[in-house]
Each structure stands twice: as structure tokens, then as C-alpha cells.
Design a protein around this ligand. Structure first.
Ligand code: NDP
Ligand code: 2IT
Length: 446
């Protein structure tokens, strides 16, 4: 490791002990930025890297709620307000039993760069709770969301901090959260994105992350004269991002052969067509069942406790969670002929896996660039809320597509190496950094 990165990381680790995912996210960015900052000393003198790695504000709170048996349950709620240099804090809420401070800090940190890349005026934030929605009734989820918002509401606002969905938070949860916010503040504002279409939501927001990651893959492939047509694609996850990545890949002529959840994955060599995808959507969004049921219904193979990366593919789209591709799996993907990785999830590849992709010089689109379509469309929802005018499906999709193309251009601008190889990691980190860093300098030492 570059000794300057090592020294910086020693400081980060001492200040944020035990927050492994946060260390990982900061290290990946520091490896791109430290050489860039050496060449641009104004950022060094203003200590931008040190400041950007320290949240502006961290809120941690108790979330008590009553379960269906009348028993008191206690969860922990968080909101990390990471950076507001270019706009209100913006980023999702995650409900998952693994949620802790380090995971939310990594997500908030990534969000700062991602939101800057979208070209829209949004700062970075992230929040959530260790609440596990699995096996909970709708009423329990509602009572949890109401309790969570009963504290969060005093810290957020349409011009202050605008949360949205992430793992475990979709339309149902955003509805409960919005209802409680409105009740407490007596205000109907765009304080959350991912809202229902009848009450201030944007068309295409549910589709946006998966569509965007697919558009980003198309842009990367085009640099090598390739496209999705006829390609075999492995997707992980079967939630919001995975579903709409699968939809768009199929529409553009690719064949999606895997889907997964935290128990295992299914392999459908004939491809998950639109009927089968509808089955997954109903299974996951309505019945809230397990992906194994797909294998039972369609008579395909199910791999218990395994991840899809052992299946031969041209393109991999991780769309489940962080650190879901390790070094060995990355090597196997490359060995099996994978030419492109477009990350729908946040930080799905370990640092070692990223290095495998970069050394093999395949097309590797890191999450902060490839999955930015979700938050970008949240930004478009904010715009529509401010104007009090909704856009059509076509208008929003076109804007999303243009934004993904522009993010790709930014990555090429900052990530193209002398031999022509595009290092999208450097491209996204430096491209996302510059605007935020300049804004921080302009606003003084705050
Ligand atoms: P969902 O809750 O809709 O789906 C999550 C999927 O990932 C489920 O299939 C889930 O399986 C699986 N999963 C979650 N945790 C794990 C785990 N620890 N191990 C294995 N599988 C797991 O979430 P989203 O689709 O919204 O989010 C997926 C990823 O995309 C996350 O990394 C998120 O941060 C990222 N992202 C989401 C955006 C959005 O707009 N929603 C925007 C940008 C990025 P199971 O049902 O078993 O838990
Ligand atoms: O990781 C992400 O970018 C999201 N979960 C979406 C955030 C948002 O505010 O739409």
C-alpha cells in the first residue's frame, strides 16, 4: 500500500475503531484521491480528505415499539448526516439486523461521491436501524416506522435531509414513514423520496437503480464495441434493484440466469423471462417468500448457501449487499470469461476482488457510479415536488438515461489511463470528489 494511504488509514482506524466497512470504503477512495490531491495541493491545505471522512453529524436514537403480542421491542435508529456542501443530505434508510454505525457510515460516505456524480444538488447521508422486517406483520412494520419517525422527524426536512429506501425499505415503509412525518409536522413536503405515485412519488423511481446500473453496463460495453445483446448475465439479490436490473437487461437482449436471496441462489439456464420475473416480483414484494420457491416452481437448480458467481457469465451484476464478491469469486468470474461487472449494490466487491477486476482490465463499474440512478431519480422526485408538477414516465426515464451517460463520461474523464484502460474506480472517486471539495473550500472551514 502507498505509505501516504497507510498513514491516512491509520488515523481513520484509530478514530473509528471496529468500523470495518467504513475503513474499507475510505481506503478505496483514499487510494484514488491521495495521488490526485498531491497534484492539487489546494485540497491538501484545506484538509478536504480528512474533513470529508468525518460526518457532519451522527444521530443515534432509541426506537421502542409494541409487537403483535403486546411485548415491548427496542431497536436502535441512526441517521448519518455526512456532507451538505452541495445540497441537503440525501440517502436511503436500511432496515436489516446487521445494521450498525460502521455500515451506515460506509454507506453515507459512498453516498457523498455518488450524489455528486449525478450532477444534481444533493449532499450525502444514510440511516436505518437493526430492525429485521423478515417475519413481521404489516402492523408491526407500521408501528416500528412510526416510532422511528417520531425521533427522526426533528432532524430531517425537504431542504435539510431527505431520506429514501434501501435494503428492507420500499414503498410500504416509505408510506408509513411519510404518514407519521406529515402527522407530526402538519406539512406535506418532499421530505422523503420513493413515495407512492398518488402522493408525490416519481414515475420510474422504483425501476431507477436497476435500470441505471444496466444503462451504465451498456455505456461501459460500448467503449469496447460490445452491447448486452446476446450476453449471459448473473444477477445476485431478488429485491428492488435486482428485479429491475433483470427487467432492463432482458429488454436489451441479455439473458439473466441467476437470482438470489440471503439463503441461496437459483440458476435458470434458459433465462428469467418476463413471466418468471413477474413470479419473482409477486414472491418477493407481496408474499415476501424465499427465492427457493422459484426453483420449485420452474424445476431449476437451487444452490443453498451459495452465491451466483460460480456460474459462467459474460456480465455480473451484484444487486444484494456489501462484500458479496470476494477475491476467489472475482478470480473465478474472470477465469470464466466475465468481461463486465456493473454494481447495483453498494460496495459488493471486497478490496481484493476490485484489484482482481482492475488487474484483469475488465470493465468494472463501482457502485457509486453504476447504481447512482436510484438517487438521481430521487433527485428528480425532489425537483417535481418543488415544482408541484409530475413528469411522464418517458421524461423521467430519458433524464435518468442521460444522467447515467454523463456519469460514465465523468468516469472516463478522470479514470482513463495512458494505455487507454478506463479505471472507473479512480474515475468515480475523483469525479465525485472535485465538486464537493471545491464547494467545501468555497464555504470556508465549516
Ligand atoms: P431489497 O431489500 O429490496 O433487496 C435486497 C436483496 O438482497 C434481497 O434479495 C436480500 O435477500 C438480499 N440481501 C440483503 N442482505 C443480504 C445479505 N447480507 N446476504 C445476502 N443477500 C442479502 O434492497 P435493494 O434491492 O433496495 O438493495 C440492494 C442493494 O442495492 C443494497 O446494497 C443497496 O444499498 C443498494 N442500492 C439500493 C438502491 C435503491 O434505490 N433501493 C440505490 C442504490 C443502491 P433477503 O430477502 O434474504 O434478505
Ligand atoms: O444507496 C442509494 O443510493 C440508495 N439507497 C438510494 C438513496 C436515495 O436517496 O434515493
Amino acid at each position: 500500500m502507498d505509505p501516504r494511504v497507510q498513514q491516512f488509514m491509520a488515523m481513520i482506524k484509530a478514530k473509528n475503531p471496529g468500523e470495518n466497512e467504513f475503513h474499507q470504503a475510505v481506503q478505496e477512495v483514499a487510494e484514488s484521491l491521495i495521488p490526485f490531491i498531491e497534484e492539487n495541493p489546494k485540497y491538501k491545505h484545506a484538509k478536504i480528505l480528512e474533513r470529508i471522512a468525518e460526518p457532519e453529524r451522527t444521530i443515534i436514537f432509541r426506537v421502542p415499539w409494541l409487537d403483535d403480542k403486546g411485548e415491548v421491542q427496542i431497536n436502535r435508529g441512526f441517521r448519518i448526516e455526512m456532507n451538505s456542501a452541495i445540497g441537503p443530505y440525501k440517502g436511503g434508510l436500511r432496515l436489516h439486523p446487521t445494521v450498525n454505525l460502521g455500515i451506515l457510515k460506509f454507506l453515507a460516505f459512498e453516498q457523498v461521491f455518488k450524489n455528486s456524480l449525478t450532477t444534481l444538488p444533493m449532499g450525502g447521508g444514510k440511516g436505518g436501524s437493526d430492525f429485521d422486517p423478515k417475519g413481521k406483520s404489516d402492523n408491526e412494520v407500521m408501528r416500528f416506522c412510526q416510532s422511528f419517525m417520531s425521533e427522526l422527524f426533528r432532524h430531517i426536512g425537504a431542504d435539510t435531509d431527505v431520506p429514501a429506501g434501501d435494503i428492507g425499505v420500499g414503498g410500504r415503509e416509505i408510506g408509513f414513514l411519510f404518514g407519521q412525518y406529515k402527522r407530526l409536522k402538519n406539512e406535506f413536503t418532499g421530505v422523503l423520496t420513493g413515495k407512492g405515485i398518488e402522493w408525490g412519488g416519481s414515475l420510474i423511481r422504483p425501476e431507477a437503480t436497476g435500470y441505471g446500473a444496466t444503462y451504465f453496463a451498456e455505456e461501459m460495453l460500448a467503449t469496447r464495441g460490445e452491447s448486452l445483446k446476446g450476453k449471459t448475465v448473473c444477477i445476485s439479490g431478488s429485491g428492488n434493484v435486482a428485479q429491475f436490473a433483470a427487467e432492463k437487461v432482458t429488454e436489451l437482449g441479455g439473458k439473466v440466469v441467476t437470482a438470489s436471496d440471503s439463503n441461496g441462489f437459483i440458476y435458470d439456464p434458459k433465462g428469467i423471462d418476463s413471466d418468471k420475473l413477474n413470479f419473482i416480483m409477486e414472491l418477493k414484494n407481496v408474499k415476501r417468500g424465499r427465492i427457493k420457491e422459484y426453483a420449485d416452481k420452474y424445476g431449476v437448480e437451487y444452490f443453498e448457501g451459495k452465491r451466483p458467481w460460480i456460474i459462467k457469465c459474460d456480465i455480473a451484476m451484484p444487486c444484494a449487499t456489501q462484500n458479496e464478491i470476494n477475491e476467489e469469486e472475482a478470480k473465478l468470474l474472470v477465469k470464466n470469461g466475465c468481461i463486465c461487472v456493473s454494481e447495483g449494490s453498494n460496495m459488493p466487491s471486497t478490496i481484493e476482488a476490485v484489484n482482481v477486476f482492475l488487474n484483469a482490465q475488465i470493465l468494472y463499474g463501482p457502485g457509486k457510479a453504476a447504481n447512482a440512478g436510484g438517487v438521481a431519480t430521487s433527485g428528480l422526485e425532489m425537483t417535481q415536488n418543488s415544482m408541484r408538477l409530475p413528469w411522464s414516465r418517458e421524461e423521467v426515464d430519458e433524464k435518468l438515461h442521460t444522467i447515467m451517460k454523463n456519469i460514465h463520461k465523468t468516469c472516463v474523464k478522470y479514470g482513463k489511463k495512458e494505455n487507454g484502460f478506463i479505471n472507473y474506480v479512480d474515475g468515480a472517486n475523483i469525479g465525485g470528489f472535485v465538486k464537493v471539495a471545491n464547494a467545501m473550500i468555497a464555504q470556508g472551514v465549516v
